[in-house]
Design a protein. Structure first.
Length: 201
């Protein structure tokens, strides 16, 4: 398959991934309880699928403009990938493991202590590292993309701003659903726009 064909398919994956990201984030409950277990599962399943679909789109976006963006975009791409890998493990656990344990009060309390940092673990450090990597990655990648001019500049700036805020929101704005959802929408719109540009080749 020609490179342009791979870019198109990766672009379609990115478009679907962006839509799933926004949908998953908007229906995401503030906390998990027996009453909203189904919504919690669906939200995290959508988010996990969005990560899987975003990965080929990220690499396609980089290769499409590699000659015009240089090392800055490459570094940004690597950092975004690292961030997505960290997020994927946490989201997978929240989608397929945590909901199954919500009925056991003792286990649910232990998971809550683990995720809040009351119990020593690598969960919060991994989340923080993933958040910083993702945000810094989009800061570099979005800036390089906008300067390169191969892909839509406005889309790059939207992805940059939304990606930085969305990535850091679990660390800087924990529990603030409005900022999180607004950032997810801005980022999702920018990323969808960039991915759609790949399908037009």
């Amino acid at each position: 398959m020609a490179t342009s064909g791979l870019h198109r398919w990766a672009g379609y994956a990115g478009v679907v991934g962006a839509i799933l990201l926004v949908l998953g984030d908007w229906i995401h409950p503030q906390s998990l309880a027996a009453a909203n277990r189904g919504t919690w599962e669906v939200a995290h399943e959508l988010l996990f699928c969005s990560i899987v679909l975003a990965i080929p789109a990220i690499f396609a976006l980089y290769t499409r403009q590699a000659r015009d963006t240089g090392g800055l975009a490459f570094l940004g791409c690597v950092l975004i990938f690292i961030g997505l890998m960290g997020f994927s493990g946490i989201v997978w656990f929240e989608a397929f493991v945590t909901p199954a344990l919500v009925g056991d009060a003792a286990v649910a309390a232990a998971i809550e202590r683990l995720e809040s940092g009351q119990t020593a673990s690598l969960v919060l450090p991994v989340l923080m590292l993933s958040s910083v990597a993702f945000s810094l990655g989009w800061l570099l990648f979005g800036w390089a993309t906008a300067r390169g001019g191969v892909l839509p500049r406005t889309a790059a700036y939207l992805a940059l701003i939304g990606g930085v805020v969305f990535g850091l929101s679990p660390v800087l704005f924990p529990g603030n659903a409005l900022i999180d959802k607004a950032a997810a929408t801005v980022f999702g719109g920018g990323f969808l726009w960039l991915a759609w540009a790949l399908t037009r080749e």
